[in-house]
Design a binder for this molecule. Structure first.
Ligand SMILES: *Cc1c(COP(=O)(O)O)cnc(C)c1O
Length: 465
């Protein structure tokens, strides 16, 4: 077998990829025909592909590379840790320094009394942990019937059987026999698409009260927890109306329902505070963290739980864990990532400087004929594409048709911007500078112009009736 390297021609790499590599969330046959893009290296906010093309990564990988690419400190720490102790488990009455230090650091950073950390390898695994831990918690409290999780349609909580069930993605539920039992989905607080004639404030309250309705319908003694992202990410960067979260908190408190904030995207500075729960003013009993925890440099995640939950769980053996729970190399990398976030005051910078700067530029996109609304919290943002701003109309074409065109135009202008249906989203590295923000916005505008030109030519600038 010949060595496969960055120096091979792109077509050869594409052919080998098509022959053996199955991509997640992809129609692999179609991709094989089209030819995949090969990313070879990255630095700061820029990716380089096998054709030598430099692309501004407006998505920070998959919402994760918060400190940007190419930080040698993380590579050095990983190498040092691999030499010293590449692996050991934490199952059988053993631990190691990276796991101790990272759990300690996370407890210090997380709000309230979220002081106990159960490690996992991915956000999906951590949410699976939440399902099992919360049900076990209620069982230990003598309420084994409190087993139902309430979640939201169009939520994303991961792709395993458990976390995919918690999520509310209908395309996922259509495959592979999920959701599992005792997961209940309520409507999302997506005013632009679903708010009809009501004001965002009224709509936020209505959608929060859907939780109360569900609890009353299912029975307080049956509902274990409500799980939600502080700001929906994969669902399209949907920022709930301001009335939503306070009402959700009130309802969880009233009915003794645990509140789980899935902070996998929002955590570690994305919203301009360390955690989205702080930005949204909520007091969760559990948070899920992953992505920004290590800036994607190593796979690591965790459930962080309150004193109360940890205390109850500690009274019994919890028959759950992953080989890589608290993996020493990943933990060391995460610690170094957090050190950089703190030392370089990156979260503060997002809150007081680059975040507000991006907000001003991003919101200016609403003057574009294709853009209906622009939403942004910290460094996660979205725009709704529409053929008619006044009526918030959808396109007559299948949902996602125009979004996909816009994404391809964005790619062609060397900006990674993602589409969720006909919503465009960005989530750049938190270290993005003002001048890089200017370039990102310039390319986003070019993408919108090119998209408008194409869909006008194709007769797609038409409202659904
Ligand atoms: C990405 C994501 C997950 C899943 O994390 P994986 O590491 O891909 O398993 C869970 N929740 C949210 C909010 C996410 O964005």
């Amino acid at each position: 077998m010949t060595a496969i390297t960055n120096h091979m021609p792109t077509e050869e790499l594409q052919a080998l990829d098509a022959a053996h590599h199955m991509h997640p969330f992809t129609a692999n046959g179609e991709l094989a025909d089209k030819g995949v893009r090969v990313i070879t290296r990255a630095k700061g906010v820029y990716l380089t592909d096998s054709e030598g093309c430099e692309i501004l990564d407006g998505m920070a990988g998959l919402w994760c590379v918060n400190i940007g690419y190419g930080r040698d400190e993380l590579a050095d720490i990983a190498a040092r840790q691999m030499r010293e102790l590449p692996y050991y488990n934490t199952f059988f009455q053993t631990t190691h320094v990276p796991a101790i230090a990272l759990a300690d650091k996370i407890a210090e950073l997380t709000p309230g009394d979220l002081n106990h950390v159960f490690f996992a390898g991915s956000g999906s695994e951590a949410n699976d942990t939440n399902i099992r831990m919360v049900r076990h918690y209620w069982a230990l409290k003598g309420k084994p019937d409190k087993s139902i999780f309430i979640s939201r349609k169009n939520a994303y909580h991961g792709s395993s059987v458990g976390s995919g069930s918690l999520g509310g993605m209908s395309a996922m539920h259509a495959q592979g026999g999920i959701p599992i039992p005792d997961i209940h989905h309520i409507e999302q607080p997506h005013w632009w698409a679903e708010g009809g004639e009501s004001s965002p404030e009224d709509f936020g309250l209505t959608r929060a009260r859907a939780l109360e309705d569900a609890i009353l319908e299912l029975g307080e003694d049956r509902v274990a927890a409500f799980i939600a992202e502080p700001v929906q990410g994969a669902g399209g960067v949907i920022v709930p109306p301001e009335t939503y979260w306070p009402e959700i908190q009130r309802i969880c408190d009233k009915y003794e329902i645990l509140l789980i904030a899935d902070e996998v995207i929002c955590g570690f500075g994305r919203t301009g505070n360390w955690f989205g729960s702080e930005t949204m003013g909520i007091r969760p009993d559990i948070i899920t963290i992953a992505k920004g925890l290590s800036s994607g440099y190593a796979p690591i995640a965790a459930s962080v739980v309150s004193e109360e939950i940890a205390g109850v769980i500690a009274s019994d053996e919890f028959n759950h864990g992953y080989t890589y729970s608290g993996h020493p190399v990943a933990a060391a990398v995460a610690l170094e990532n957090i050190r950089i976030l703190e030392e370089e005051q990156i979260v503060d910078q997002v809150r007081v400087d680059t975040g507000p700067y991006l907000k001003e530029k991003w919101e200016s996109l609403v003057d574009h004929p294709l853009v209906g609304e622009a939403k942004i919290v910290g460094m996660m943002a979205s725009i709704a594409l529409t053929p008619d701003k006044k009526t918030r109309a959808k396109f007559a074409a299948d949902e996602g048709t125009v979004g996909l065109i816009c994404r391809e135009k964005s790619f062609a202008n060397n900006l990674i911007m993602r589409h969720v249906g006909d919503r465009m989203v960005i989530s750049p590295p938190l270290v993005i500078s003002r001048s890089e923000i200017d370039l990102m916005i310039k390319r986003a505008r070019l993408a919108l112009d090119d998209c408008l030109e194409q869909i006008t030519g194709d007769g797609l600038m038409v409202s659904a009736s």
